[in-house]
Ligand binder design. Structure first.
Ligand SMILES: [Ca+2]
Length: 431
């Protein structure tokens, strides 16, 4: 791009000289100087808006004793309970740091675990306290993705496993790339569902680009209107185009294992796990009408994948805002959460994300129209998920130990980050 810009500028100057003659060159030079000064003045406020530095962060253990935690969230009901999803098929409740002995939900007999399969997330609808129902995503015994609704009973700490209403099933061709995130849009109240490309490697069925399939997509459906089993919002981007499944909100995703909405702005951040060379974060502004194509398998992050050279990006292609190379020790990205809590002003607006394989926690933010990211903390965790509690504290789960940590802003004199330890567990989420 720089080269193209240089060529353009050179051509412009050449034409000006040719048209007005050498006597005009001094005038042109003055115009260029004036433009440069004005440009610097215009850029001044943007540069000033760039935060001076990144905060130092630390972690504090808040819950332990979870088995294979893959998701952590809250119900938004004022109870301050933490809901931690165990991959084998249970949702555990934690109150004031104590895991309750009785699971909130136990559907292990319906769930196919583990590897990348299992009970993968839970989502509570807006105004859950008055409704008493919630949604889960799991892989069933027949290797299908299932989105289902459950209800709590008289005891708000206990869901009724017999209350299941299955809303959506999607057959899966392979064992990996299940996606698995559910989240309600903070602006529209619709349920967003992340589905991977179906698995194997390299998306052999080209499913992520296939508009007739739900795999490799983020779906957007209306589960709260009373329509059975759900309604498709009439403003979904491909409603009326019979070549597309109308549930599709975005496509071209490989394995959007974790995505989240910025609870303040409504912006969407997607961590899409890469194939063999690059991990990526995708961003969709809250003003988007949907329909973005994130490029897989044509592209892996910013690089041609299939074909390996000379690829043509799809229509409505949305490139990642950042990528991380396996050549720089990245293994498997775990999408995170934008900090919007009350306790740590220096974390405000930072998207905290990380890597399942190398344990690093990173921050990403946009300032002055530019994205910037940095590594904030080195850990030895297998980071399976990030989440939030009801105060907006960002949490991170270590799949290996079953511990859940709060991410905090550390004092500048905090002890140094721990040295990274060798990973003893197989990298189950990376295939
Ligand atoms: Ca992509």
């Amino acid at each position: 791009m720089l080269l193209a810009g240089d060529q353009t500028d050179f051509r412009w100057e050449f034409q000006m000289n040719d048209r007005f003659g050498l006597a005009r060159r001094k005038d042109v030079a003055w115009v260029l100087v004036a433009a440069l000064v004005l440009g610097l003045l215009a850029a001044g406020p943007a540069l000033a808006a760039e935060p001076a530095s990144w905060p130092e962060v630390a972690v504090t253990k808040v819950v332990g004793g979870i088995q294979r935690p893959v998701h952590v969230t809250h119900a938004g009901d004022g109870s301050n309970r933490l809901f931690v999803v165990e991959q084998a098929g249970r949702i555990m409740l934690a109150k004031n740091g104590a895991v309750q002995p009785v699971p909130f939900l136990d559907i292990r007999e319906r769930v196919l675990c583990c590897g990348e399969r299992g009970l993968l997330s839970v989502a509570f609808p807006p105004n859950y306290a008055a409704k008493g129902w919630f949604y889960v995503y799991y892989i069933d015994k027949e290797n299908r993705s299932v989105v289902a609704r459950f209800r709590v009973g008289a005891d708000s700490d206990l869901a009724d496993a017999a209350s299941e209403e299955i809303l959506l099933t999607v057959p899966q061709p392979y064992v990996n790339h299940k996606g698995g995130q559910l989240a309600f849009g903070p602006v529209d109240g619709y349920l967003y569902i992340g589905l991977g490309d179906g698995g194997s490697a390299g998306d052999p069925g080209n499913r992520a680009q296939d508009p007739a399939q739900l795999l490799g997509k983020i779906l957007r459906i209306d589960v709260e209107s009373g329509a059975q089993p759900y309604a498709v919002p009439t403003d979904n981007p491909y409603v009326g185009d019979t070549t597309y499944r109308p549930e599709i909100w975005a496509l071209g995703l490989r394995n959007p294992w974790r995505f989240s909405f910025d609870r303040l702005t409504g912006d969407l951040y997607i961590g899409d796990v890469g194939q063999s060379a690059y991990e990526e974060i995708d961003f969709q502004a809250t003003t988007s009408a949907g329909g973005e194509n994130y490029g897989w398998r044509i592209l892996e992050a910013l690089h041609c994948y299939s074909p390996s050279a000379g690829c043509v990006p799809p229509e409505r292609y949305a490139p990642p805002v950042i990528e991380h190379a396996h050549a720089e020790q990245w293994v498997s990205i775990t999408g995170g959460v934008v900090y919007r809590g009350r306790d740590h002003a220096s974390l405000q607006g930072i998207y905290l994300y990380g890597d399942y394989g190398n344990g690093d926690i990173w921050g990403l933010r946009r300032a002055g129209g530019q994205w910037a990211n940095t590594r904030l903390l080195v850990t030895n965790y297998n980071i399976s998920t990030f989440g939030e509690d009801e105060r907006g504290t960002v949490l991170v789960a270590d799949y290996a130990t079953g511990d859940i940590y709060a991410i905090t802003a550390a004092a500048p004199t905090a002890t140094p980050a721990p040295t990274r330890l060798p990973l003893l567990l197989p990298l189950i989420l990376k295939h």
